[in-house]
Structure formats: C-alpha cells, structure tokens
Design a protein around this ligand. Structure first.
Ligand SMILES: Nc1ncnc2c1ncn2[C@@H]1O[C@H](COP(=O)(O)OP(=O)(O)OP(=O)(O)O)[C@@H](O)[C@H]1O
Ligand SMILES: [Mg+2]
Length: 215
C-alpha cells in the first residue's frame, strides 16, 4: 500500500479518514492494527482486503493493483486469496452455521459441506451445525465467522476485532484458535484489535492515530 488516502464526501466537505499510509505486509507475516475507536482501523482493513477503494494512492493485493481494477476482478481476487472476519460477523441470517461456512465454497461451485463440518468441529461447534445465527451466542457466531473465513484456505486472512465482543476466556479460546489455524495453514494474518496482549502475539504492530500510521 503506497501513499494511500481515504476520504468520504460529506455535506460540509470531504472528511479525511486515512492519510498518507504506506506499508507492506510480507507473505506469512502476522500483523496487528491497533488504535483508538474511530482512528480508521476498519477502513484500513477494508482497503487492504480489496473491499473498498482508496481515494488516492495504490493498493496491491496478492500481486493485483486493487486501485486500478473493477469490482468483478476484485471479487474474483477475494474469492481466490482472501478470508475476512467482519467486526459484526455478517453471517447470513437464514442459513445454518453449516451452510454459512460452506457458502464460500458453494459459490465457487464446489461442495462445501464436508470442509464446513470439519472446520466447525475444529472450532468446537460440531453440535451446533443446524443452528441459525440468531440461535447462537455471540462467541459462537464469532467462531462460525472464523470457520467461514478459513474454509477456502485463503493465503491472506483479515480479521476485524475477532475477540472484541467476547469475555476473557472465550476471547482467549477464539484467539488461540485463530493462531492455531493460521500456523497450520501458513496464512498471512492481518488483524485489528484493542487487546495489546493479542497484538503482542503478532510479528508486528501497526498503530493508527486519527487516520495516520504512528511509529
Ligand atoms: N462511510 C463513511 N462515511 C462517513 N464517515 C465514515 C465512513 N466510514 C468511516 N467513517 C468515519 O471514519 C472514522 C474511522 O472509522 P473506522 O470504522 O475505520 O474506525 P475504527 O478504527 O475501526 O473504529 P472502531 O474501533 O470503533 O471499530 C470514524 O470516525 C468514522 O465515523
Ligand atoms: Mg472498526
């Protein structure tokens, strides 16, 4: 990511959300993004993952120039290389845990049921396969979201506060799970967190302050 800025148009003029961000993440690296609420962490993660476009500057993801591609190309790239755990999970409300996790593979025309079942067992939800998201606790939904992000065996995994809504013990369990899956699959991991201890487990910490990277 090179000299990236992100602003949004508002009624009383453009609002700068990110300014002059330059960074590179190496394959296999585990990077934490930290900073106060509103500092731009989710926005930065969306840009890195190709979910959003910069207002200025260049974003490269898995060798593709995100800033110069159309949405179809970005969607294909995400499906091929990227997993994403959203801050608010974004599970499909009408689909069971099993079908939510299988969906990314089904969208590729593959049969995802077996891989989904195995991953849900790995995250401790083997007995919750048929539950709808609203029938699951917050921590269970978070684990479904993590299983879904890993089911395509992505090379790069983005996670936005994956332990943000959890009590300490469940948070620790979800965190251990994330790192275990990451180590097992040699994924590049980029995660947003407020938890300094979780950040310290990563290879590198990026700190945002009011839309700028600080040392
Ligand atoms: N589409 C948008 N329109 C207007 N303002 C926005 C938009 N998206 C983000 N912002 C603003 O940009 C700032 C950064 O938002 P962002 O969601 O990246 O913060 P964050 O660091 O992830 O915060 P949190 O820790 O609370 O999740 C916030 O002040 C937010 O209000
Ligand atoms: Mg956020």
């Amino acid at each position: 990511m090179q000299a990236v800025a992100k602003q949004v148009p508002l009624a009383d003029g453009p609002l700068a959300i990110l300014e002059d961000i330059t960074l590179a993440i190496a394959p296999g690296e585990r990077v934490a993004i930290v900073g106060e609420s509103g500092s731009g962490k989710t926005t930065l993660l969306s840009l890195l993952a190709g979910l959003d476009l910069p207002s200025r500057g260049e974003v490269w993801l898995d060798g593709v120039a995100i800033h110069a591609t159309d949405e179809d190309t970005r969607a294909a790239l995400r499906a091929r290389a990227v997993g994403f755990v959203f801050q608010n999970f974004q599970l499909m409300p009408m689909l069971s845990a099993l079908d939510n996790v299988a969906l990314p593979l089904e969208l590729r025309g593959e049969d995802g049921a077996e891989a989904a079942r195995a991953l849900l067992a790995q995250v401790g939800l083997g007995a919750r396969l048929r539950h709808l998201p609203r029938q699951l606790s917050g921590g269970e939904q978070q684990r479904v979201a993590i299983a879904r992000a890993f089911v395509t065996r992505p090379r790069i995994l983005f996670a936005d506060e994956p332990t943000g809504n959890l009590d300490r013990r469940t948070g620790q369990a979800v965190e251990d799970l994330l790192f275990a899956l990451d180590a097992e699959r040699r994924t590049t991991l980029v995660l947003v967190t407020h938890d300094e201890r979780l950040a310290a487990r990563c290879d590198r910490v990026l700190r945002l302050d009011a839309g700028r990277l600080v040392a």
